[in-house]
Design a protein around this ligand. Sequence first.
Ligand SMILES: Cc1cc2nc3c(=O)[nH]c(=O)nc-3n(C[C@H](O)[C@H](O)[C@H](O)COP(=O)(O)O)c2cc1C
Length: 381
Amino acid sequence: MTMRPRQKDRLETNPALSTRRLKLGTFQTNLDSGCVMSDLDGRLDITWPNTVALAKLADEMEFEALVPVARWMGWGGKLNPQGPGFETYTWAAGISASTQNSGVVSTSHITINHPIIAAKQSAAIDHISDGRFILNVVTGWVQPEIEMFNQPFLSHEERYACAEEWLGIIKRLWTEDDSFDHEGRFFKIKKGYLAPKPIQYPYPAIMNAGASDLGRHYAVKHCDLVFTVIRTGGFDECRAHVQAYHTLAREQYGRDIKVWTLVNIVQGETEAEARAFYDDYVHKRGDWDAAKNMVEIFSLETNKRNVPPERIKPLQEAFIQGWGGLPVIGTREQVVDRLMMLSKAGLDGVLVAFPRYEDGMRDFRDKTYPLLKQAGLRDFV
Ligand SMILES: Cc1cc2nc3c(=O)[nH]c(=O)nc-3n(C[C@H](O)[C@H](O)[C@H](O)COP(=O)(O)O)c2cc1C
């Protein structure tokens, strides 16, 4: 494989692969309500100007990954949170044209987005962003949205087999000059062809959030950035959790991967103020009916998550407060300490969400981000 004239080494172009000590990103800013399920004033009202405003704030701080969520319907309940929203490839194309610095992600379902179209759209976004594109592969766990397309809802094992074939085709289209035929278990392709190739050499960065055993193997074997949910704040547990991904990648596949997570920042002038705000938007104003619907689908046997009954309520709360992200509640100094802890535990990147996303990002830029820089977390190492 040789670099073509218009291509560039992705280590030079893609901020998500940079050597910055702690990389940052946003999450689910393409969907209504952002990461909360709550009747909270100031939550994200999804319009194009509002999603661009968030991307521009992130771009100003050189956030390394703007991650949209691929969602085709909301969660019902009182507010139908995450229902209205922008499709992720078109969102990423527009966001790429509106930003200069940030890595821009498109999140793609494997059975809904044909691999030739996914590869082609990705290549276009990589050109628009001049090599800042990242493809997030999702296997799909929300049965009703897969059924909306009249697509078969694959078993968990089939989803990862399909994901392997899907990504294999995309990588061939991105890297091979000659047309090729493909006869697989899920896809048949005649004279597959793609030009122009993406800007990034050898191909764009790939992300995945596989959490099950199969999912973790898939992520560390085929992807560059691995997303994981940190459910506890304890340092040793967190470090062991992150290290397990590196060990699996290194020992089984001889690969080096980057591990990222999601946090939900609930900041106040005092910790008590932050906790009172959390209590209000989660316990008093939370859309618990929507969360119930969501967790029911999340816990379906076919998703292989083994959720015991006592975990149902805490899971509902986790999604109401910030889409399952680790809640970081307190003063700006406490937020910086917590981000420092995550970095020391080995995390390469953290997506940050805020209940009132735009207000939160402005406040973060003005007050918290300077402290992060002072602490050396934004240094290149
Ligand atoms: C940061 C992050 C982003 C995700 N984005 C999406 C998404 O946009 N659409 C989706 O259907 N699933 C999404 N997921 C769910 C994952 O794709 C996957 O189903 C989940 O992590 C479970 O993996 P498993 O099948 O290995 O248990 C996301 C998960 C995480 C942690």
